[in-house]
Write a protein that binds this ligand. Structure first.
Ligand SMILES: [Zn+2]
Length: 162
């Protein structure tokens, strides 16, 4: 991100270095706790329950997806609704203070996400974006991830360690 001054409240780490204010953090964490698990953990639990192996934060794939299994042919990004701008989601708010800064930052996040997804898809992996709010609802999460069960295992791609 460009070197710009962030808004006035102290920034605290929340998710992979993304900065949010303490007020926003409490709000987000409160929502997360309602479901009992962090978004990534909900996805991991679903994958385990369906006996789909995975690696996390796969640096050897473009965009470093949160989950991937090359042999099974899938990659998953788990995105926070606020930071990654889940379309139509009530969590996708824009702070009034430093409005321009936020618009710029969000536009940059969205553009980067689109590029990452596109690069991953070019590797032939079925790429799924799971939104934070979907991980808080077991039905929505199952609906989103069910397409992984239809994914065809890919032949001749990936090594034994993938
Ligand atoms: Zn959402």
């Amino acid at each position: 991100m460009a070197a710009r001054t962030l808004p006035v409240e102290p920034l605290v780490p929340f998710k992979r270095g993304a900065g949010v204010t303490t007020a926003q953090r409490s709000k987000l964490m409160g929502r997360v706790r309602q479901a009992g698990t962090a978004p990534e953990e909900a996805v991991a639990a679903w994958l385990r329950a369906h006996k789909l192996g995975y690696r996390r934060n796969v640096r050897t794939l473009p965009g470093r997806p949160d989950f991937a299994n090359r042999r099974a042919g899938f990659a998953i990004f788990v995105h926070g609704c606020f930071w990654h701008r889940h379309p139509g989601c009530p969590r996708t708010t824009t702070p009034a203070r430093n409005h321009e800064f936020w618009l710029e930052k969000f536009a940059s996040n969205v553009a980067r996400d689109a590029a990452r997804t596109s690069e991953l898809e070019q590797t032939g992996l079925r790429t799924i974006t799971v939104w934070e709010c979907e991980t808080q609802n077991a039905d929505l999460l199952a609906e989103k991830l069910a397409q992984l069960l239809e994914a065809q295992p890919r032949q001749g791609l990936g090594g034994p360690n993938e």
